[in-house]
Design a protein around this ligand. Structure first.
Ligand SMILES: Nc1ncnc2c1ncn2[C@@H]1O[C@H](COP(=O)(O)OP(=O)(O)OP(=O)(O)O)[C@@H](O)[C@H]1O
Ligand SMILES: Nc1ccn([C@H]2C[C@H](O)[C@@H](COP(=O)(O)O)O2)c(=O)n1
Length: 230
Protein backbone atom coordinates (compact mmCIF):
# COMPACT_ATOMS: atom_id res chain seq x y z
CA UNK A 1 0.00 0.00 0.00
CA UNK A 2 1.56 3.31 -1.04
CA UNK A 3 2.02 6.33 1.13
CA UNK A 4 1.67 4.83 4.60
CA UNK A 5 5.19 5.71 5.70
CA UNK A 6 7.70 2.94 6.27
CA UNK A 7 5.52 -0.18 6.42
CA UNK A 8 8.08 -2.03 8.56
CA UNK A 9 7.69 0.52 11.38
CA UNK A 10 5.15 -0.79 13.93
CA UNK A 11 2.04 1.26 14.69
CA UNK A 12 -0.27 0.92 17.70
CA UNK A 13 -3.65 2.60 17.17
CA UNK A 14 -5.93 3.86 19.94
CA UNK A 15 -9.39 5.00 18.82
CA UNK A 16 -12.50 5.87 20.76
CA UNK A 17 -14.98 8.60 21.65
CA UNK A 18 -14.16 11.87 23.37
CA UNK A 19 -13.10 11.45 27.00
CA UNK A 20 -12.54 7.69 26.79
CA UNK A 21 -8.91 8.30 27.77
CA UNK A 22 -7.21 7.83 24.38
CA UNK A 23 -4.80 10.75 24.77
CA UNK A 24 -3.79 9.89 28.34
CA UNK A 25 -3.29 6.21 27.60
CA UNK A 26 -1.61 6.67 24.18
CA UNK A 27 0.85 9.16 25.58
CA UNK A 28 1.82 6.85 28.47
CA UNK A 29 2.09 3.83 26.18
CA UNK A 30 4.23 5.72 23.66
CA UNK A 31 6.52 6.78 26.49
CA UNK A 32 6.77 3.24 27.87
CA UNK A 33 7.62 1.83 24.43
CA UNK A 34 9.87 4.72 23.38
CA UNK A 35 7.59 5.28 20.36
CA UNK A 36 6.50 8.51 18.66
CA UNK A 37 3.00 9.81 19.36
CA UNK A 38 0.34 11.20 17.03
CA UNK A 39 -2.59 13.17 18.45
CA UNK A 40 -4.65 13.23 15.26
CA UNK A 41 -7.52 15.14 16.91
CA UNK A 42 -5.15 18.09 17.38
CA UNK A 43 -4.86 18.40 13.58
CA UNK A 44 -8.64 18.75 13.20
CA UNK A 45 -8.77 21.12 16.16
CA UNK A 46 -6.02 23.33 14.69
CA UNK A 47 -7.75 23.37 11.33
CA UNK A 48 -11.04 24.53 12.89
CA UNK A 49 -9.19 27.14 14.92
CA UNK A 50 -7.18 28.44 11.94
CA UNK A 51 -10.34 28.58 9.80
CA UNK A 52 -12.12 30.66 12.43
CA UNK A 53 -9.12 33.00 12.63
CA UNK A 54 -9.25 33.46 8.86
CA UNK A 55 -13.02 33.84 8.67
CA UNK A 56 -13.51 30.58 6.76
CA UNK A 57 -16.88 28.94 7.49
CA UNK A 58 -16.68 25.50 9.08
CA UNK A 59 -18.76 24.01 6.24
CA UNK A 60 -16.76 25.55 3.36
CA UNK A 61 -15.24 22.23 2.26
CA UNK A 62 -12.97 23.41 -0.61
CA UNK A 63 -11.52 26.32 1.40
CA UNK A 64 -10.98 24.11 4.47
CA UNK A 65 -9.28 21.38 2.42
CA UNK A 66 -6.98 23.95 0.85
CA UNK A 67 -6.16 25.40 4.28
CA UNK A 68 -5.54 21.89 5.71
CA UNK A 69 -2.91 21.29 3.03
CA UNK A 70 -1.07 24.49 3.91
CA UNK A 71 -1.08 24.49 7.72
CA UNK A 72 2.35 24.90 9.32
CA UNK A 73 2.01 22.71 12.44
CA UNK A 74 4.70 21.56 14.87
CA UNK A 75 4.43 19.43 18.00
CA UNK A 76 7.75 20.45 19.58
CA UNK A 77 7.38 18.40 22.76
CA UNK A 78 5.89 15.15 21.52
CA UNK A 79 2.89 14.05 23.52
CA UNK A 80 2.74 17.26 25.52
CA UNK A 81 -0.83 18.47 25.06
CA UNK A 82 0.00 22.02 26.02
CA UNK A 83 2.34 23.09 23.25
CA UNK A 84 1.28 22.99 19.60
CA UNK A 85 2.74 25.51 17.20
CA UNK A 86 0.69 26.96 14.35
CA UNK A 87 2.86 29.25 12.20
CA UNK A 88 5.36 29.26 15.08
CA UNK A 89 2.78 30.43 17.66
CA UNK A 90 1.67 28.22 20.56
CA UNK A 91 -2.07 27.59 20.13
CA UNK A 92 -2.19 24.72 22.67
CA UNK A 93 -4.61 26.47 25.00
CA UNK A 94 -6.85 27.75 22.19
CA UNK A 95 -7.47 24.30 20.72
CA UNK A 96 -8.22 22.40 23.95
CA UNK A 97 -11.60 23.99 24.65
CA UNK A 98 -14.95 22.19 24.25
CA UNK A 99 -15.85 24.73 21.52
CA UNK A 100 -12.68 23.84 19.58
CA UNK A 101 -13.57 20.14 19.94
CA UNK A 102 -17.02 20.80 18.48
CA UNK A 103 -15.48 22.81 15.61
CA UNK A 104 -13.00 20.00 14.96
CA UNK A 105 -15.83 17.48 14.85
CA UNK A 106 -17.63 19.60 12.21
CA UNK A 107 -14.65 20.03 9.86
CA UNK A 108 -13.73 16.35 10.38
CA UNK A 109 -17.03 15.31 8.78
CA UNK A 110 -15.92 16.74 5.41
CA UNK A 111 -14.37 14.15 3.06
CA UNK A 112 -11.98 16.60 1.30
CA UNK A 113 -10.63 17.71 4.68
CA UNK A 114 -9.94 14.12 5.76
CA UNK A 115 -8.20 13.42 2.46
CA UNK A 116 -6.06 16.56 2.82
CA UNK A 117 -4.87 15.45 6.30
CA UNK A 118 -4.31 11.76 5.49
CA UNK A 119 -0.68 11.82 4.34
CA UNK A 120 0.29 14.29 7.07
CA UNK A 121 -0.85 11.72 9.64
CA UNK A 122 0.92 8.82 7.90
CA UNK A 123 4.16 10.80 7.89
CA UNK A 124 4.28 10.38 11.68
CA UNK A 125 5.15 6.71 11.12
CA UNK A 126 8.82 6.92 12.01
CA UNK A 127 11.24 4.44 13.57
CA UNK A 128 11.20 2.91 16.15
CA UNK A 129 7.37 3.03 16.15
CA UNK A 130 4.23 5.10 16.54
CA UNK A 131 1.25 5.24 18.88
CA UNK A 132 -1.60 7.02 17.05
CA UNK A 133 -4.69 8.35 18.84
CA UNK A 134 -7.94 9.34 17.10
CA UNK A 135 -11.20 8.07 15.63
CA UNK A 136 -10.09 6.31 12.42
CA UNK A 137 -6.48 5.35 13.16
CA UNK A 138 -7.14 1.61 13.00
CA UNK A 139 -9.81 1.69 10.29
CA UNK A 140 -8.47 4.18 7.72
CA UNK A 141 -5.13 5.83 8.46
CA UNK A 142 -3.13 2.77 9.61
CA UNK A 143 -5.22 -0.28 8.63
CA UNK A 144 -2.08 -2.47 8.89
CA UNK A 145 -1.32 -1.42 12.50
CA UNK A 146 0.36 -4.10 14.60
CA UNK A 147 -2.12 -3.76 17.46
CA UNK A 148 -5.39 -1.80 17.52
CA UNK A 149 -7.35 -0.63 20.55
CA UNK A 150 -10.81 0.88 20.90
CA UNK A 151 -11.39 2.54 24.26
CA UNK A 152 -14.90 3.25 25.48
CA UNK A 153 -16.57 4.53 28.65
CA UNK A 154 -20.14 5.57 29.40
CA UNK A 155 -21.05 9.10 28.30
CA UNK A 156 -21.79 10.01 31.94
CA UNK A 157 -18.32 8.87 33.08
CA UNK A 158 -16.65 10.72 30.19
CA UNK A 159 -18.58 13.88 31.07
CA UNK A 160 -17.49 13.47 34.71
CA UNK A 161 -13.85 13.19 33.61
CA UNK A 162 -14.14 16.28 31.42
CA UNK A 163 -15.88 18.19 34.22
CA UNK A 164 -12.98 17.38 36.59
CA UNK A 165 -10.40 18.21 33.92
CA UNK A 166 -11.95 21.65 33.32
CA UNK A 167 -12.31 22.27 37.06
CA UNK A 168 -8.59 21.57 37.55
CA UNK A 169 -7.86 24.20 34.91
CA UNK A 170 -10.15 26.69 36.66
CA UNK A 171 -12.61 26.57 33.74
CA UNK A 172 -15.65 25.08 35.38
CA UNK A 173 -18.63 24.31 33.15
CA UNK A 174 -22.03 22.77 34.11
CA UNK A 175 -21.93 18.95 34.06
CA UNK A 176 -25.21 18.73 32.09
CA UNK A 177 -23.79 20.99 29.38
CA UNK A 178 -20.62 18.91 29.11
CA UNK A 179 -22.67 15.71 28.88
CA UNK A 180 -24.86 17.19 26.12
CA UNK A 181 -21.73 18.32 24.19
CA UNK A 182 -20.18 14.86 24.48
CA UNK A 183 -23.36 13.17 23.29
CA UNK A 184 -23.66 15.57 20.34
CA UNK A 185 -20.01 14.97 19.38
CA UNK A 186 -20.44 11.16 19.67
CA UNK A 187 -23.45 11.35 17.37
CA UNK A 188 -21.69 13.53 14.75
CA UNK A 189 -18.44 11.50 14.83
CA UNK A 190 -20.23 8.13 14.60
CA UNK A 191 -22.81 8.99 11.97
CA UNK A 192 -20.69 10.79 9.36
CA UNK A 193 -20.35 9.14 5.97
CA UNK A 194 -16.54 9.13 5.82
CA UNK A 195 -14.29 7.40 8.38
CA UNK A 196 -16.92 7.29 11.14
CA UNK A 197 -15.96 6.55 14.71
CA UNK A 198 -16.15 2.76 15.01
CA UNK A 199 -13.89 -0.04 16.18
CA UNK A 200 -11.72 -1.74 13.58
CA UNK A 201 -12.77 -5.36 13.09
CA UNK A 202 -9.51 -6.52 14.69
CA UNK A 203 -9.46 -3.96 17.53
CA UNK A 204 -9.14 -4.93 21.19
CA UNK A 205 -12.00 -3.15 22.98
CA UNK A 206 -11.53 -1.91 26.53
CA UNK A 207 -14.32 -0.32 28.56
CA UNK A 208 -12.56 2.11 30.92
CA UNK A 209 -15.71 3.26 32.77
CA UNK A 210 -14.63 1.70 36.04
CA UNK A 211 -10.88 1.42 35.39
CA UNK A 212 -8.28 3.80 36.71
CA UNK A 213 -5.48 5.10 34.52
CA UNK A 214 -2.65 2.80 35.71
CA UNK A 215 -4.87 -0.29 35.26
CA UNK A 216 -5.81 0.79 31.73
CA UNK A 217 -2.16 1.39 30.81
CA UNK A 218 -1.17 -2.04 32.15
CA UNK A 219 -3.96 -3.74 30.18
CA UNK A 220 -2.89 -2.02 26.98
CA UNK A 221 0.82 -2.76 27.45
CA UNK A 222 0.08 -6.42 28.32
CA UNK A 223 -2.07 -6.79 25.22
CA UNK A 224 0.69 -5.32 23.07
CA UNK A 225 3.25 -7.72 24.56
CA UNK A 226 0.91 -10.69 23.98
CA UNK A 227 0.16 -9.72 20.39
CA UNK A 228 3.76 -8.93 19.43
CA UNK A 229 5.42 -11.83 21.31
CA UNK A 230 2.74 -14.53 21.68
N1 LIG B 1 -9.23 4.83 32.99
C1 LIG B 1 -8.90 6.01 32.46
N2 LIG B 1 -8.19 6.01 31.34
C2 LIG B 1 -7.85 7.19 30.80
N3 LIG B 1 -8.20 8.42 31.25
C3 LIG B 1 -8.90 8.46 32.37
C4 LIG B 1 -9.26 7.27 33.02
N4 LIG B 1 -9.92 7.60 34.08
C5 LIG B 1 -9.96 8.94 34.11
N5 LIG B 1 -9.32 9.48 33.06
C6 LIG B 1 -9.25 10.93 32.81
O1 LIG B 1 -10.15 11.23 31.73
C7 LIG B 1 -9.83 12.49 31.16
C8 LIG B 1 -9.99 12.45 29.66
O2 LIG B 1 -8.90 11.73 29.11
P1 LIG B 1 -8.29 12.09 27.67
O3 LIG B 1 -8.19 13.56 27.47
O4 LIG B 1 -7.07 11.26 27.56
O5 LIG B 1 -9.46 11.52 26.73
P2 LIG B 1 -9.54 11.51 25.15
O6 LIG B 1 -10.25 10.27 24.79
O7 LIG B 1 -8.19 11.72 24.55
O8 LIG B 1 -10.47 12.77 24.88
P3 LIG B 1 -10.56 13.72 23.58
O9 LIG B 1 -10.88 12.82 22.44
O10 LIG B 1 -11.70 14.64 23.87
O11 LIG B 1 -9.25 14.41 23.44
C9 LIG B 1 -8.42 12.84 31.67
O12 LIG B 1 -8.53 13.83 32.65
C10 LIG B 1 -7.94 11.53 32.31
O13 LIG B 1 -7.06 11.80 33.37
N1 LIG C 1 -8.71 10.72 13.77
C1 LIG C 1 -9.59 11.69 14.13
C2 LIG C 1 -9.35 12.53 15.21
C3 LIG C 1 -10.28 13.48 15.51
N2 LIG C 1 -11.38 13.62 14.76
C4 LIG C 1 -12.36 14.69 15.01
C5 LIG C 1 -13.55 14.22 15.78
C6 LIG C 1 -13.39 14.78 17.16
O1 LIG C 1 -14.63 15.11 17.74
C7 LIG C 1 -12.50 16.01 16.93
C8 LIG C 1 -11.55 16.33 18.07
O2 LIG C 1 -10.79 15.17 18.40
P1 LIG C 1 -10.16 14.95 19.86
O3 LIG C 1 -9.08 15.96 20.02
O4 LIG C 1 -11.25 15.14 20.83
O5 LIG C 1 -9.62 13.55 19.83
O6 LIG C 1 -11.76 15.74 15.76
C9 LIG C 1 -11.60 12.76 13.72
O7 LIG C 1 -12.63 12.87 13.04
N3 LIG C 1 -10.69 11.83 13.40
Amino acid sequence: MAGQGSMSVPVITVDGPSGSGKGTISHAVAKALGFHFLDSGALYRILAYAAQQKGIALDDEPALAELAGKLDIHFPAEGENDVVLLDGVNVGNNIRTEAAGAGASRVAALPAVREALLQRQRDFRQSPGLVADGRDMGTVVFPDAAVKFFLTASAEERARRRFNQLKEKGKESPYEEILADIQARDERDSSRAVAPLKPAQDAIQIDTTSLDIPTTITRVLDAIKNRLNP
